[in-house]
Write a new protein. Structure first.
Length: 105
């Protein structure tokens, strides 16, 4: 049985728009940004980037990290700010501190 693709939620839509806005602010074409990603070891076509920016393709964490690096920004700059949608009582800063604690032991 064929499965339906998951819809892209509000965080994904925000991230897609943020990628495009940042790319345009830097004066980069989709071809140029895709080439930067590929040069950084994450092969990406301009078609994949276009579909990501239009929210027709999910942006996985590996894509997000390399796209952010290719744009010269932190990955968190492309994510929605403030409250985490999955945990409305926790701010982004709270989550980052907890994540660092878990990673650092």
């Amino acid at each position: 049985m064929a499965t339906r693709p998951l819809e892209i939620g509000p965080a994904g839509l925000h991230t897609a728009r943020a990628i495009e806005r940042t790319r345009l602010a830097l004066g980069l074409t989709q071809h140029q940004l895709a080439a930067r990603c590929t040069a950084m070891g994450r092969p990406m076509t301009n078609t994949a980037l276009s579909r990501t920016e239009r929210a027709h393709r999910r942006c996985d964490i590996d894509d997000l990290v390399v796209i952010a690096e290719a744009l010269g920004v932190r990955a968190t700059a492309l994510l929605p700010a403030g409250v985490c949608p999955a945990h409305p009582r926790h701010t982004e800063a709270d989550l980052c501190c907890r994540a660092q604690g878990v990673l650092l032991g």
